[in-house]
Ligand binder design. Structure first.
Ligand code: SF4
Length: 416
């Protein structure tokens, strides 16, 4: 993909996991062939940034030489702990394989954003992730049954084989409408009311069925220098890790640890500046690279993200999501957020409960941001009021709009 800082290579390991040595090798290749920045996306893909037309093929060769098999074809998301998780209702892998094989002939007819989510009901839920086709394992009393939802349509309860057939039928119907089509274009499948809730990042320790543990750590705002990824690979190996798994919400999981190895890996990850607990304020903030990495950027989104995390920490109680998008494209967070700071006209606009494309102004200079954040975070809450509730009340009363108005600037606020 072409971006403001060159080409990106996006990679999902076919089996969902790579070894510490493979991650180290990928980091070396990213330094030699890209601009040395790597990312884990909200959907759990690895990205290498800053490639050129000349370095893409050598990087692809390096990936294959490392023995990493990339997932090709339809994007099917399952829990990174599928098959290892003692809490899961069903192992999503056989269903994923059945759908992947069945959809092989549709690969060039479906648009690249068409996705399938298969939620086996384990410790790492995928409920907050948008999908064209969603399958969720049913709990108690309905073993072997899946809820299948196409776009925003009504769920159907089906046995696994029928669930796969229904998913494939829907994918065929989408493909028949052309590569721009999505499930919501199908009759009766119009978009459901959006749930702006953020899926919880799988940070911390997860017991595994074999008595060992997985440990999830987060890259600060999803990104880091390639040498940070190499250092995490070293730490995982030293802790006795079996493998590393890029996971949803910009998390890197390592599996197969004993209790002491889990503590050692988390301690080293914390020392390296990574997130190790789900209540870290940074877990609720998405930020694109911004300036200077991206030529479309109107402000340095990722450089400002630590300041935003610190300033808004009192509001980040798990109900609020924040997105720093240095232009209206919104690369870092496809869904709406509670607050989105959007780069436009060399400044920052504010969107409440919407996406960056909804930004209309007014636009504040970047150096005015810190004071506005302090005012937001210092606004008293009513008893029992959540951070999201406070922001909704402020928006209703016109206080958010007022906050974002500069003296002498009476343009309307933002589309909500
Ligand atoms: S959202 Fe950020 S990374 Fe994406 S194009 Fe805009 S400035 Fe660039």
């Amino acid at each position: 993909m072409e971006t403001g800082d060159g080409l990106i290579l996006r990679l999902v390991p076919a089996e969902g996991a790579i070894s510490p040595g493979q991650l180290r090798g990928l980091a070396r290749a990213a330094t030699a062939l890209g601009n040395g920045m790597m990312e884990i996306t909200a959907r759990g893909s690895l990205q290498v940034r800053g490639l050129t037309a000349e370095t893409v093929a050598p990087l692809q060769d390096a990936v294959l030489a490392l023995g990493i098999t990339p997932r090709l074809g339809l994007a099917i998301d399952i829990s990174p702990l599928s098959g290892l998780d003692p809490r899961e209702v069903a192992d999503a892998r056989p269903l994923a394989q059945r759908i992947q094989e069945g959809a092989a002939g549709l690969a060039d007819k479906l648009g690249p954003k068409v996705s399938v989510v298969i939620d086996g009901g384990g410790a790492i839920g995928l409920g907050g992730h948008k999908a064209d086709v969603r399958l969720a394992a049913l709990r108690s009393g309905a073993e072997g049954m899946w809820s299948v939802t196409i776009g925003g349509g009504a769920p159907e309860l089906l046995a696994e084989k029928d669930a796969a057939a229904r998913a494939l039928d829907a994918l065929s119907q989408i493909a028949a409408l052309g590569r721009r089509a999505r499930a919501t274009d199908l009759p009766g499948c119009a978009a459901a009311q959006g749930d702006h809730g953020k899926p919880l990042a799988p940070l911390g320790t997860f017991p595994l069925a074999d008595g060992r543990f997985a440990c999830g750590i987060g890259l600060p705002f999803g990104a880091g220098a390639a040498n940070l990824f190499a250092a995490l690979a070293d730490a995982a190996e030293a802790a006795g890790s079996r493998d590393l798994r890029p996971a949803t919400e910009r998390v890197l999981l390592t599996t197969g640890l004993d209790a002491e190895g889990t503590r050692a890996f988390a301690t080293e990850a914390r020392r390296l500046g990574c997130l190790v607990a789900p209540d870290d304020p940074r877990a609720f903030i998405a930020a694109c690279p911004g300036a200077p990495a991206c030529i479309c950027a109107h402000f340095p989104a990722r450089d400002l993200a630590p300041l935003v995390a610190e300033a808004l920490a009192p509001l980040l109680d798990g109900t609020v999501t924040v997105h720093l998008s240095a232009c209206t494209k919104g690369c870092a967070h496809p869904a709406p957020a509670t607050l989105t700071f959007v780069g436009m006209d060399e400044g920052i606009a504010l969107v409440h409960e919407g996406a960056p494309s909804g930004a209309r102004g007014p636009v504040l200079p970047v150096d005015a941001l810190a004071a506005k954040l302090a005012t937001l975070a210092g606004t008293p809450r009513l008893p029992g009021e959540t951070g999201r509730g406070l922001l909704a009340r402020m928006q209703k009363a016109g206080l958010l709009a007022g906050l974002w108005l500069r003296e002498g600037n009476d343009r309307p606020m933002v589309k909500t």
